[in-house]
Structures are given as C-alpha cells and as structure tokens.
Design a protein around this ligand. Structure first.
Ligand code: ADP
Ligand code: MG
Length: 143
C-alpha cells in the first residue's frame, strides 16, 4: 500500500487510522531519512492508541514506553529511535529482543536498519520518503 500525504496532519491521520488495526504483539519498522515523517506518523498512531501522554521524539533518549489502557491485550507501547546509536554495544542493554517477544506490547522502531542481527522477521515495514517540502510518500507492507 502506498499513500501520499500533503501535510503533517495527513500523516498523523494515517498513523491514527493504522492504530485501529493493532491487536498486540505488532512491530512497526519505520524507515526513512530525517524529516521524512516517521515521528509525525507515530504521533497520530499514539492518538489512535488513546495514549495519555503526547509522543515526543525519543531521539536523545533512544527509547520511551507508554502505558496503553484502551486496547484489550495491549499494555505497553514502546517507541524506539536508533538514530543516535552508533554501535551494537549502544543497542545492547535496551532489551529490544525481550520487548519484541512481548505479545501484549506494540513496538515502533525508527532507523530499524541499525538492528542488525536482532531484526524481527515478522513486522509491518513502513517506508517514508520526502517527495516535496510538504509531500511525503508512505509505503506500508507486511514482512
Ligand atoms: P522523522 O521522524 O522521520 O525524522 P519527523 O516526523 O520528526 O521526521 O519530522 C517531519 C517534519 O516534516 C515535521 O517538521 C513535519 O511538520 C514536516 N512535514 C511536512 N509535510 C509533512 C507531511 N506530509 N508528513 C509528515 N511530516 C511533514
Ligand atoms: Mg523521528
């Protein structure tokens, strides 16, 4: 599925709608350059999960977790941004393999190409591309 959005609100809306599909145990891998709209999508996604707290970019702290109350069987939403991590060593200690096994969690990972050997085999793959200043393409596929 490929979608074009013409402003950030439309990207948030796509994220909000995507949240209606989740049942727990899903992983979202968000690919794309800086500014392509990954975090913006997740802000809408968080709204769709009815999170109490607003999503802020976890770039400087790498991982944030949010309690989820509104969806049966989903207890936690993890937002991980690997952009600032340099080495496997940086990524160890985040506990990502354990989080990915949690059937009651939803995990969204920006810059998933940095996962290396712990890349999940089954996930939603979302590819964000800047087309023009305010236009983004979003490709969503299940892998
Ligand atoms: P990323 O997480 O991929 O680095 P962000 O979501 O943090 O990107 O930033 C996207 C930036 O692009 C924001 O400043 C947003 O307002 C802007 N923008 C402009 N048009 C769009 C669009 N169609 N979709 C998403 N973001 C857009
Ligand atoms: Mg981001």
């Amino acid at each position: 599925m490929k979608i074009l959005t013409n402003n950030f609100e439309e990207t948030q809306k796509i994220g909000e709608e995507f949240a209606q599909r989740v049942k727990g145990g899903e992983t979202l891998l968000l690919y794309g350059d800086l500014g392509a709209g990954k975090t913006t999508f997740l802000q809408g996604f968080a709204k769709g999960l009815h999170l109490q707290r607003r999503i802020i970019s976890p770039t400087f702290i790498i991982m944030r977790s949010y309690a989820v109350d509104a969806i049966p069987n989903v207890h936690m939403f993890y937002h991980i941004d690997l952009y600032r991590t340099q080495t496997e060593h940086d990524r160890e200690g985040l506990g990502i393999p354990e989080i990915l096994k949690d059937k009651n969690a939803i995990v969204a990972i920006e810059w998933p190409e940095k996962l290396g050997s712990i890349m999940p085999k089954r996930a939603w793959k979302l590819i964000f591309t800047t087309v023009e200043e305010n236009v983004r393409s979003i490709t969503i596929e299940k892998v």
